[in-house]
Design a protein around this ligand. Sequence first.
Ligand code: MOS
Length: 724
Amino acid sequence: MKFDTPAGTNPIDQLTVVGKPTDRIDGPLKTTGTAPYAYERHDVVAGQAYGHVLGAAIAKGRITRMDMADAQAAPGVITIVTAETAGPLGKGKWNTAKLLGGPDIQHYHQAVALVVAETFEQARDAASLIKVDYQAEPGAYDLAAAREGATEAKGEPDTGAGDFHSAFAAAPVQLDATYTTPDQSHAMMEPHASIAAWNGDKLTLWTANQMIRWGVKDVAQTLNIPEENIRLISPYIGGGFGGKLFVRSDALLAALGAKAAGRPVKVALHRPLIVNNTTHRPATIQRIRIGATKDGKITAIGHESWSGDLPDGKPETAVQQTRLLYAGANRLTAMRLAVLDLPEGNAMRAPGEAPGLMALEIAMDEMAEKLGMDPIQFRILNDTQVDPEKPGRPFSQRQLIACLQQGAERFGWARRKPTPASVREGRWLVGMGVAAGFRNNLVTKSAARVRLDGQGVVTVETDMTDIGTGTYTIIAQTAAETMGVPLDKVVVRLGDSRFPVSCGSGGQWGANNATAGVYAACMTLRQAVAQKLGFNATEPRFADGQVSSGGHAVPLALAAKDGEMAAEDGIEYADLHKRYQQSTFAGHFVEVGVDAATGEVRLRRMLAVCAAGRILNPKSARSQVIGAMTMGAGAALMEELAVDKRRGFFVNHDLAGYEVPAHADIPHQEVIFLDEVDPISSPMKAKGVGELGICGVGAAVANAIYNATGVRVRDYPITLDKLL
Ligand code: MOS
């Protein structure tokens, strides 16, 4: 189905199943521990051996010698894979560093060996007996020090409009401030894990992966085997946050280990390897300059961001939102990328906007204060309904003002005292903060197969994944709505590369695009069903398990009485989306208490008001947003990978040292979705919320802390030492 004109009225608009707060259809499997995750697939193939990954003990340099004798002789050891034994390997498109290093080492804990043994303990024990001699070379590990040498990254030119420098210099009110955000870890619950089994030259990987299609391609490219010889299976994933967008060493080494061992091999990365062997959100240094007239109109806005990555890596695109969020005739955004020899940086929940808004939305708060304006008023005054860099492009929907206004009313913003440190309750200094939330809505093609059987059961198959987001449920709702059957007549099967290629889970594009693909396949099936049941060209109605037209109604199941009916189709986008800017918006509100003596910050209330197209399932969407708000609170107050700047690795590589919020850290969270349908986004008229929820939260916390204390912290996380 080609989507090239705004969606008119369609079966989804009935909203008998879609749009209803619906429990997860996979919930019982999750809560009873019976949803099988990759590492737990003991049942799928016999004779599984255990692989243990050994990570490099230096960040940069060479292996000069590996002594395997003790490891090979250790009990239970079946085989050991290294770069030397593995033979020539390619590199996947989505990996910056090699997944199996040696003799050259590109980053700390880059995999250098996989020990395969009869048990997990034996594999781990033997791995500790491998003696590796290294010749270390000096590397660059400190972003601040490497900033000078940073250069423009490939494909990321500066953008702007007007003459930023002159307009900023001439502005009566100016802000020029620099903010920093640290490296962060996805810290998902389920580790990266895979089971690999070969059948001749055919490889099956049960693996935790957000993007099945990308994974197949990257495995093919790395192992130099045809894509059709690879099957990836990933029906349940215990969190991804971008860390599982790409195939990692667990999958590649399980495949290599299984080949070498001649039997299936399973590999899970232990927590330190998740931190230093996989990807992380890169640290940023962000300079923001805003110039405005005395009455608060922005005349110049500039955002520059510095981040680092391995050679040929990518920048953290922290300036993205600044291109689109506020009006202003004179603009500049620029990103500079430094070479760092830390583990590879890549996407983590709302890459770009999450750290970008942590800076921009403090800057907006600071600027409002300079102007003597309410920070909500300042944002409203500088709203834009068109892309400010390309004024011919309107936003398809943009309800930022409504988000901020409704949030202000709901949160009791009028009670906020503009003068910092003016509210005290016992030992607590109390303050409120606000920030805008912004994240783009990406459209990308997505396909599905839909089958109807003689019992009237509709089965949907697509290689789409559910990373805890609720995909199973919204896909079932979409198929139920379109085929006119109750939810319990729909079976959803996900995460298998044998199914039609979907958009996958990433960039908050999953909800809108995957359901649109399922909708397209259902519409194709409807046509076939209508024809089979003898209806004429006027589309009959599909509802209550019946197909009807005029007074004539036939059970849907009848169409499949002589055998199953099936249709495969997908959504493909023409250039409609290029004529409009599609984005999602939020207003984030936070109240904090700060202990006047110790500087301890306690969150007291959080509110997000979101405008993100049609909300397909308010219950799972709310779960996405409160989870993201929690992650935003972590980013504001605690999350930070500490860099060892001499040896080049992340020191706090476990969940004891890498702090994330616990229940006791999080107060009551409220989420409001504005009524919105966006006919430009897809036939679903939906967008995504999984990333929007984190965008802006950190700055709202920072601004609340400033309002409570009068201490402006521009360096995240805002730990208590920075407040004293
Ligand atoms: Mo997301 S960071 O694209 O999973």
